[in-house]
Design a protein around this ligand. Structure first.
Ligand code: SAH
Length: 439
């Protein structure tokens, strides 16, 4: 079949599903579920913060008191067991047609799992400093110093900064008066090593009493291994700019995950739930059944985590990722772990796979972990041409995954296992690993 024809059929079949970040729609909005409980599900570019849930009746006695105001969680009206039911049904709805869906790998203690915590800072008229998340689509900050999802140490550091900053003549930036410095604080915790990074996002590189402030924080929290000042004057929706000044330490922290070390910089992509990430990666790598002889592709590899962890069990690994900074982190990470059988390429995954397919190259196992928008027909067709024995497709969006799988089935693959993993308890997001073999 001609490529254009195939693309047209594919698009027609899936005209209601999500194709790219630009086309993000309220894909599974449900007006009413039961007993006056409402889901308001909107796909958002940055899915962390969403619309506040004013209409929701909260039946979970352990729900966060700020749940209705804050947009960070979407399912706290339910107990965790009910959330898992909801997510299992969601995965079944989209993926059961391809095979049996295994029970979700859930979290034993689904709280305080976020190893990356960000907080917006502002000063009220009466001089009180508030810190927390923006209520979606507003400029109001919900003061969330006891968020149930955040790493406790990270919350404590932010709370301390909020309480003590004025002693150092540091105040939140006030855009109306043009006074103050701090817009956001970002804290990242490497849970495998205990190292902590603090990023002060300010409007200018000059911070009053910076040396004393840094000394104060480091002596209060010896786990802090680096403090970075990120200068961001823009309102482009991005929290961090490229302009950084290291105030203390090396400017990055090192984490240990699944036996390997990883460098984390302020802006690195790194999974936010370390406990579940271990389960996700180990399950995905186990499913690949590597014997040590395989040539492996890790497509959409980020900072190289999956490929690096799998490299001991493979002959060669090739990681492909669009983001050049992530690729330089991935190369650094390979050296940090003294891994010699891995290579990383900064390229569009589709372009790279097309080129490999045109050169008649082969691979034995393909890991693919695309962003929410999923993969592309060209990528999937090239994957079919490379003819790996196994494809392990990891996705954080069941809809785009359900859109992509039939193309691989048409190309001669059979779904062997569908394993959801709850990476983001209390939010409506769910990660799914699908393992397919070539028939
Ligand atoms: N596997 C990694 C990252 C997964 S997130 C991990 O577990 O940490 C998806 C990654 O795909 C992101 O790093 C993003 O930068 C990358 N990406 C997005 N579009 C891409 C494209 N067209 N080609 C290659 N990589 C892409």
């Amino acid at each position: 079949m001609k490529k254009k024809q195939q693309q047209a059929i594919y698009e027609k079949m899936h005209k209601n599903t999500v194709y790219s970040k630009d086309a993000i729609k309220p894909a599974f909005r449900r007006p009413k579920v039961s007993n006056n409980m409402y889901y308001e599900d909107f796909y958002d570019d940055d899915f962390e913060i969403e619309k506040p849930h004013k209409k929701i009746k909260v039946v979970n006695p352990n729900a966060c008191p700020l749940y209705k105001k804050c947009g960070g969680c979407q399912l706290q009206q339910f107990t965790y067991a009910e959330q898992i039911d909801y997510k299992q049904n969601l995965v079944n709805k989209h993926l059961k047609k391809f095979g049996n869906v295994s029970p979700i790998i859930s979290m034993a203690s689904p709280y305080n799992y976020r190893n990356k915590v960000q907080s917006a800072f502002a000063e009220e008229k009466n001089g009180r400093i508030i810190a927390g998340v923006y209520q979606s689509r507003t400029k109001h900050i919900v003061d969330t110093h006891r968020c149930m999802l955040e790493n406790k140490l990270a919350s404590k550091i932010i709370y301390t900064i909020k309480n003590d900053m004025k002693d150092f003549k540091i105040t939140p930036f006030n855009p109306y008066k043009g006074s103050g410095q701090i817009r956001h604080i970002l804290v990242r915790v490497a849970e495998g090593t205990g190292e902590v990074m603090v990023v002060l996002v300010c409007v200018s590189p000059i911070l009053p009493n910076a040396k004393h402030f840094v000394r104060h924080l480091v002596s209060a929290f010896p786990q802090i291994k680096t403090i970075v000042l990120n200068v961001n004057k823009d309102y482009d929706g991005l929290m961090l700019s490229k302009h950084e000044k290291v105030l203390y330490g090396p400017g990055y922290i090192i984490d240990k995950l699944c036996g390997k070390k990883f460098r984390i910089s302020s802006d690195s992509f790194y999974q936010v739930n370390s406990i579940q990430t271990k389960k996700l990666y180990n399950t995905a790598i186990d499913m690949a059944g590597l014997s040590g002889k395989e040539n492996v592709i890790d497509a959409y590899c980020g900072v190289g985590t999956i490929g690096i962890i799998a490299s001991d069990k493979a002959n060669r690994v090739l990681g492909i990722e669009l983001n050049k900074d992530a690729i330089s982190d991935a190369k650094y990470n390979a050296q940090l772990n003294n891994i010699k059988n891995i290579e990383f390429v900064a390229d569009d995954a589709t372009d790279f796979m097309l080129e490999m397919a045109n050169n008649n190259e082969r691979c034995d196992v393909l890991f693919m972990d695309p962003p929410r928008s999923g993969s592309t027909p060209d990528f999937l067709n090239s994957a079919i041409k490379l003819a790996p024995k196994k494809i392990v497709y990891i996705s954080c969006n069941v809809e785009t995954q359900a859109r992509d799988i039939p193309l691989l089935i048409d190309g001669g693959y059979r779904v062997q296992k569908i394993q959801p993993v709850d990476m983001f308890p209390h939010t409506r997001h769910i990660e799914v690993i699908i393992m397919m073999t070539r028939v």
